[in-house]
Design a protein around this ligand. Sequence first.
Ligand code: MF3
Ligand code: CO
Ligand code: CO
Length: 303
Amino acid sequence: MKSRPEMLALNKKIKVGRNDPCPCGSGLKYKKCCLGKTDVPNIDIKSLYKEKHKIRLKEASDVKGIRKAGQLVLDSLDMVEKKIRPGRLTDEINTLVHEFTVKNGAKSAPLNYRGFPKSVCVSVNEVICHGIPGKRVLKEGDIVNVDVTPILNGYYADASKTFFVGEPGPEAQKIVRVARESLKRGMHSVTPGNTIGDIGWAIQQYAEGQGCSVVREFVGHGIGFEFHEAPQIPHFGHKGEGIILVPGMVFTIEPMINLGERHLKILADNWTAVTRDGSLSAQFEQTVLVTPDGFESLTPYQL
Ligand code: MF3
Ligand code: CO
Ligand code: CO
């Protein structure tokens, strides 16, 4: 348990606004609750977030481990990028990632995760996410998302990029540009005192403003000790809504953006999510740490 003065220090650090939900978890506005009170119980943010939100805040040593797993994700994506060309089977990408992961002393988190049969998700064109590598052949003008999640020394990191296969047409260029910028805007709204809703709002506002749509059925997620931890991070929503971001939170932001309407269907394999209207869908994902003065990507690549 933290003493009251430490709690105040934490409150200061997380810049809680008067009208924000009180970090003590009461559900009241901060101004109607702990602000200015002298008789509130001692609260430690780490226990509070665990008990109230099931969120496991990360220590410096955890962050180090996740960052290392994150570097392996980046190296995997760089390795794959060099091999992407027309004629490649998506299954070849699976083999490349699987072998690279094992060679680096890690395991592929997707393999056998809830019955997923492969080591990486490979999602082409109208496939929104969770594409199962197989006999599909990449062709000139396709877009392909590769989503990599290793477990290294017990720590998970998760990131993806959408690549062009050969020369992209105008639609491919547009959806990839909007998806990339959506992730960038989501990440830049991460700072202590902001809420999970601020992230989704930033993404939705931008992507819909570009005439695209945001997938609702799949969301970002806490990560680090497990593949999918609390909280969920929707890529749509309202400013100021939801849990207040505090330092030590680690989660993914991974907007799936469609060129057409947002609706999806799941194929008979029970995994592959495709756009209902057959339009292109693109996605970028990074694993993000909330720091005392903003955020740090633990899978950093240029957006
Ligand atoms: N990597 C995906 C994500 O970003 C999850 C894939 S689940 C799997 O959360 F089973 F398909 F691998
Ligand atoms: Co993810
Ligand atoms: Co992922």
